[in-house]
Ligand binder design. Sequence first.
Ligand code: NDP
Length: 482
Amino acid sequence: MKTTRTEEVKMLLAGEWVQREETISVINPQNNECIATVPRASKEDMKYAIESAHKKFSSLESWPVHERIRILKYVSRYVSDNAESFARTIASESSKTINEARGEVARSAQTLEIAAEETRRIQGETVNFDQVEGNENKVGYYYHFPVGVVGAITPFNDPLNLVAHKLGPAIAGGNAVVLKPASETPLSALKLAEAFTEAGLPEGMLSVVTGPGREIGEELVNHPYIKALSFTGGTDAGKKITEKTGTRHVNMELGSNSPVIVLNDADLKDAVAACTDGGFSAAGQNCISVQRVYVEQDSYPLFLEEFIKETKKLKMGDKFTEDTDVGPLISEKEAKRVEQWIHEAKAGGARIETGGVRSGAYVEPAILTNVPPDSTIAKEEIFGPVVLVEPVQNLKEAVDKSNDVEYGLQAGIFTRGVNRAFYAVQNLQVGGVMVNDSSDFRIDAMPFGGTKDSGIGREGVKFAIDTLTEKKVVSFKLSSPF
Ligand code: NDP
């Protein structure tokens, strides 16, 4: 990323690194310190980025697969070679601890490497037209070609890897891409854009435009040159965006309030460890964080006791201290929202078993029981370090309760019973079921996405490439060569 003074970071607009008079402050939520500013781009800037991308894409006679592979491999290696610097950027601008940030950097390098590999495998198939009578003289095939300009919008919680999940597949598919990163965490995205320019990505094929979602994000969504839109963020913004995407390709990766089921035949130690990690890593700000745990009655007292014990061991504190487990939320405003939802549940009869106390942007990891089913914290996505635990009579009740929300991203079930696991797999209304793991499991090559209000389509590089390319079918009608 190019800077004028250390803290004034420029954005990448149609091949140029530019500054603007109006800026957005990037705040370290731990101490409210302004660590940098980025340009507050205007709608005209966004329009210019999109139109330049369209012009550049249209002028490229071809962009060979080997060249796209070379660029993606270069960027993947660049991220690995500069891992600690990327990790420090993530930990400074977001709420992640340095160790969580290091984990994200390693995954980002992998995501880009997968993108390079998948580029090689973007293939069509032949089509047997002669399966329909009267078409015996036709042969054909289909192949993938780029959509043109991809619009991408990303959230704050994985500021590098979720950007890699947009840029990798878009470029693999041969597209130009205009990215709008979250206003809280634009620095990691700009740093990644620098790697793409160093790799020799044709100028203008990538813009990273910083500014408010409600202004420039809407311009991105509405512009007719955007042929596919890939959004990761909250369900409210996602729903507003899909009202405007019309017939264009879309990928919507939205929120959730993931359930985990723990049955009597489970390995309780494993279940407790996975729920502690899955509920409180990244201070619970993860779309697949564990939010609701349903435990079969006989195991409930022991599970709860052990879960409280493990949660109390977590060390909350300075993001850059090596043994910190839990950092702050992304802002004091978000921490106050979480605190308020806890208070609302408590007023309705919930018991706070541990944690829940707020200080600035920090909220102590909290476990709640006896939560009223109609409280906000039970129905909506908490996006904070809070887990609700509830006893259930049996597997069916656990699955029914798991499904009784508007979301459906991922779920977990702990059991040693194959048939019980299969029942859960078949009946949970989610995009992914993790058996003997929590909902908080993902590798970057698996199909990832949700049902219901959790989204449309799937990411996981190969699956995103499918959304970000068009299939064109070709039919050759043959006649006698003689
Ligand atoms: P937001 O929905 O608030 O913002 C996400 C992005 O959308 C930001 O870049 C934001 O810009 C932009 N934006 C907001 N409103 C609009 C609009 N009307 N038009 C266009 N762009 C808009 O989400 P958060 O950043 O708070 O991220 C947290 C959410 O993301 C959670 O709900 C989480 O579950 C979800 N998420 C989903 C994942 C998945 O794969 N399913 C993965 C990770 C997170 P600005 O920052 O300028 O407001």
